[in-house]
Structures are given as C-alpha cells and as structure tokens.
Design a protein around this ligand. Sequence first.
Ligand code: GRF
Length: 214
Amino acid sequence: MPKRLGILISGRGSNLQAIIDATADGRLDAVIAVVISNRPGAPGLERARAAGVETLVIDHTTFSSRSAFDRALVAELERRHVNLVCLAGFMRLLGSEIIDAFPNAILNIHPSLLPAFPGLDAQRQAWEHGVRVSGVTVHFVTKDLDAGPIVLQAAVPVRDDDTPETLAARILVEEHRTYPEAIARVLAGGWRIEGRRFTRPPTHPTNGVRSFDT
Ligand code: GRF
C-alpha cells in the first residue's frame, strides 16, 4: 500500500508541485492524502486542485492559540491516515501537539545548507554573508527551528554576479529535485536516527572491500 502524505503550505506551492509531479511519474510511490494551507489565498491550493488532490484551509488567524491550531492540523491529518507530513513553504512554527503526534514523521525543506542560515529569507542571509556555496536541506522537524536531523542536502555555487533572487532561483531548482528524493528515502524505511544523524545501512554490504554491480 502506498504511504499517505499530508502536505502543509502557505504560499506559491512550487515544492508541492514537485511532489505532485514525482507521484505522478512514479519517482515517488506515495499518495497525497491532503494539502492543507494556513492561508486561504495560497496559490498552491490551485495546484493541488488541478491535480485532483483534496485541499483544506485551516486559517491560523481563527484560532485562539498555537496549540489549538496544531490540534486542528493533527485531527485532519489523522482523519486521513497520513503517514508522513511534508512542510512545503509552510510559514508557521509547529508545537509539541503535532510534533509528538508525528514522531520523526514531519519533514521540512529549507533553502540553505543548515545549520547555516536558519529562519526567514535564508537565500538573502547566505548572499549577504558572502558564502561561496549554499543549497538546500531536507530535515525532520523538531521543536527547534530548522534544527532537526538532516535527511538530504544539495549544494549550489554562489556566483559573483548573483543577487538574492538569482541565488534563490538556483536553489529552487535543487529544492524541486531534492524534496521528492528525500521523501522517497524516508518512506523506503530501514533508516535510524543516531544522535542527530539520519543513517541508512549500506545498499551493498562491503566489509571494507569494494563491491561492483554485475
Ligand atoms: C521554498 O524556498 C522552501 O525551501 C521554503 O519556502 C519556499 C517555498 O516555496 N521553506 P514554494 O511555496 O514551495 O514554491
């Protein structure tokens, strides 16, 4: 049975689109059970509808507390038997109600090589800092912002003539490639988290001797 994803968005939804495309062309063996936006006008909602995916708006401004909002998210995700929650440009911090309900089962994508440049506007932070390499990180969500165990990263160069916008565009291409791949790795199972390291057993046992596919 394909695993069920719940995707949380707040805006444009280009990473959501990348996940939709990966499920459609077989790179990702998963079903998108629901797309939830905390913003009623998020353009990503239209992408989900166009793909025939159920959408839901849970507007955080209508809740009296963060935990009440989180509980509403959990209820809707559990109702749809979601196995893995994917944050895709979701601009709200999540609290313990949802993190405890989905232990090691919430992923986020962040447009920098964490732990560098957590938080908002990561591409501009990297550009202003003058790093020569930046990139994308897919990581598990924990109670600390942008600090959970890292599943996958990809690097991009920062060019002399870059602006924050051109750098963000180069990173975004890698985001769209990386997020479906990271989700597939997590859904494939067989991994562990040791300390804060996401580890997988080697595909081919090598015992220190290099092996070759035949
Ligand atoms: C992406 O850059 C993502 O890494 C960050 O927010 C942005 C969302 O873009 N968390 P989109 O809505 O997926 O197009």
